[in-house]
Design a protein around this ligand. Structure first.
Ligand code: PRX
Length: 656
């Protein structure tokens, strides 16, 4: 761990504060700080009463006999309960007024829309469940999903949940190698994919990438292909005996309700595995289970987004990240919300696309990322002013720290000072939002995340685990287990224990730096370990380094982050080449391309710098702190082909 907390303490303080409007408060689910406080206290002091009441609308076939059990680091929740998560998301709405309500309003990048009611989504999920079973997928088998933002990806996820087969969704921006490693790590039996997706008018050849990835995945028996674009626009090859057409398969199952019946599973049955970057080169398969995860996603969706029956809710994340899992699929659907699902890029055809979509579908709640907001700021206010945004009533932010300027711009120019902004802190591992303000109960402080959600006990501590007084910077830890926490790392429980429960005794270590202010609001500043957050994408420096050293020209590499106005952090890599390779513009491009090929385009370094040797401590550890400082300075940046003698700097630093 790179234990650097100085930046946390020097974080600028922001004094502006915004209160929710009277109009918002009157209709909100939680209307005052006192009401929040009462529920928060109850969630800690009488958790049985709290969780029993708050999960009453979810479908449990057998109620829990004991709320939780924890032998740290292992926690179990809702012990004895049985359920099927898809019943809470779909079946529970049938036979109510919500059956015909829109569950998903899909908007393609070129601008077509398709609406699926809860009844229709249910019908498709039942058919897909039967289809997966017909392919031999059963309870406990893993299914990999490598798709774009189409309703079928939601159908695929819920169908897996329905038959008790944990899914692992791999973001469509990952390259074949990354997809292959994830499939092999969890031993997926089936892959769900689509011919191609559209991104800024261009084709993302998803099926072709699956073909490349599955050259070396012995467990994969079948690949189910959804034809989003068709052979003319997205030509693909179907491998005889392995590849199956999605629509043909599902059509052959229609009406077979029995075959699509839900598998009733234990509360702790795995629901999904989602890979995320850690501090080693190998991504971690974060495993979430059924009842606890559902409870977390459900409750946070309901209270943080204040979901009401008439809302049209839009989370702009990709379903391949945890935000898409919890806040496009499981949380909003278990609440019976109408969700917008958008296929394309925010700037297709121009940077007004989000605002046009809000006008078109009368979106009321928008949940997006600071990087997107900063990109909008650069475009000016002309585009949002062109559209009618009066349907909006609540705004959310996620994925990285939101700087006060971006938060205030969002509040003023998108929310028109009417809509509260909730900044939500959480992680793939936490499953659901843990720190936030509740929009009708709390004032918003731009730059501050907020208070703990129900059942959550955060603390800022120093290296010895002692609490740091308000105002001081330290490590953010969670002192009590919570229902939607990860249960383990797939296939590597030892890493799970080491990663989250060994840095500081008896508490969950988030890897983030934070400080608490005198109002009890938490300000999360960012990672303090070897993980970067580039444009809201979590990237492990070790993964980048191992991708670089797999290139024949590279002897050694170090990846660090540098503050970036748009992306939050930019990725800077320092590379030592193997002779006879020499530093050049061309080599820089080649190495960037290599990382894109190995991991995905989103991980392509922003800056490649060459060095004769990398600065190291006497024990041989790369001096990342020094490299970070060098990366943040503007010096030598333009000088691309000259090798930097960082060894000298290392000597200077160690002489200090
Ligand atoms: O550093 C924190 C940052 O994103 C990390 C989690 O990344 P990931 O697992 O990919 O999940 C992203 C979506 C929840 C955290 O450790 N992060 C996330 N939200 C915030 C944040 N940092 C500051 N403020 C936030 N609201």
């Amino acid at each position: 761990m790179n234990q650097d907390t100085t930046a946390i303490e020097s974080h600028s303080s922001e004094s502006r504060v915004f209160e929710p409007s009277q109009e918002f408060v009157e209709k909100a689910r939680i209307r005052s700080a006192e009401e929040y406080q009462k529920l928060y206290r109850e969630s800690l002091d009488s958790p049985d009463t709290f969780w029993k009441r708050e999960t009453a609308e979810l479908v449990f076939r057998t109620p829990f006999s004991k709320l939780h059990e924890w032998k740290l680091p292992h926690a179990k929740w809702f012990i004895g309960a049985t359920l099927n998560v898809s019943e809470s998301c779909l079946d529970r709405h049938l036979g109510t007024a919500r059956a015909d309500k829109a569950a998903i309003i899909w908007e393609s990048e070129p601008g077509e829309s398709r609406t699926l009611s809860y009844a229709e989504l249910h019908r498709q999920v039942v058919a897909m469940s039967a289809a997966l079973r017909s392919l031999g997928v059963g309870k406990g088998d893993r299914v990999a999903i490598y798709m774009g933002m189409v309703p079928e990806v939601v159908v695929g996820m819920l169908a897996c949940a329905r038959i008790g087969a944990p899914h692992t969704v791999v973001f469509g921006g990952f390259a074949a190698e990354s997809l292959r490693d994830r499939i092999n790590d969890c031993g997926a039996k089936v892959v769900l994919t689509q011919d191609g997706a559209l991104r800024r008018g261009g084709l993302v050849p998803l099926k072709a990438t699956v073909d490349k990835a599955t050259l070396d995945t012995p467990t994969v028996e079948k690949v189910v292909v959804f034809r989003r674009l068709g052979q003319a626009q997205a030509p693909i090859e179907m491998k005889a005996g392995r590849d199956v057409d999605w629509n043909e398969l599902v059509d052959s199952m229609k009406g077979q309700a029995e075959a699509g019946a839900p598998e009733i599973v234990d509360a702790e049955h795995p629901l999904f595995i989602l890979y995320t970057s850690g501090s080693t080169g190998k991504p971690k398969g974060v495993m979430h289970t059924s009842a606890g995860y559902l409870a977390g996603a459900h409750l946070t969706s309901k209270y943080v987004f204040d979901l009401q029956d008439k809302d049209v809710y839009w989370c702009t994340a990709d379903v391949g990240w945890v935000t898409g899992h919890s806040y496009i699929v499981y949380g909003p659907l278990s609440n019976g919300a109408t969700c917008v699902l958008y296929e394309g890029a925010p700037n297709a055809p121009d940077w007004g696309r989000f605002w046009q979509l809000i006008e078109k579908h009368k979106v009321t709640v928008l949940y997006t990322a600071p990087t997107a907001i900063r990109a909008f700021i650069r475009q000016g206010t002309e585009l949002p002013e062109k559209y009618d945004l009066s349907s909006l009533r609540l705004l959310g932010s996620v994925g990285e720290p939101i700087n006060p300027e971006a938060s205030v711009w969002y509040y003023e120019n998108i929310g028109k000072k009417r809509c509260p902004v909730v900044d939500t802190w959480w992680q793939t591992e936490t499953g659901s939002i843990l720190l936030t303000t509740l929009p009708g109960a709390h004032r918003m402080k731009p730059g501050a995340t907020g208070l703990p959600f129900f059942g959550v006990v955060p603390e800022v501590v120093d290296q010895s685990g002692a609490r740091v007084a308000p105002g001081g910077g330290g490590f953010l830890v969670l002192k009590r287990p919570w229902p939607s926490m990860l249960r383990t790392i797939w296939g590597d429980d030892e890493r799970f224990q080491r990663q989250y429960y060994s840095e500081i005794e008896n508490v969950y270590f988030t890897g983030d730096g934070a400080r608490e202010d005198s109002d009890g609001y938490f300000h999360v500043v960012g990672r303090i370990d070897d993980v970067l957050n580039v444009a809201g994408h979590r990237i492990g420096t070790a993964e980048i380094e191992s991708a670089l050293v797999s290139h024949p020209a590279v002897a050694e590499a170090a990846a660090v982050g540098r503050p970036d106005d748009l992306k939050g952090q930019a990725l800077v890599v320092f590379v030592t080449l193997k002779p006879p390779h020499v530093a050049s513009e061309e080599m820089k491009k080649k190495l960037g391309e290599h990382v894109a090929q190995e991991i995905g385009k989103f991980a392509r370094p922003d800056v490649v710098r060459f060095a004769e040797s990398l600065p190291k401590t006497r024990s041989g550890k790369i001096m990342r702190r020094l490299l970070k400082d060098i990366a943040s300075g503007q010096k030598t940046q333009g000088d691309v082909s000259t090798l930097e003698d960082l060894g000298v700097l290392a000597k200077l630093a160690s002489d200090e």
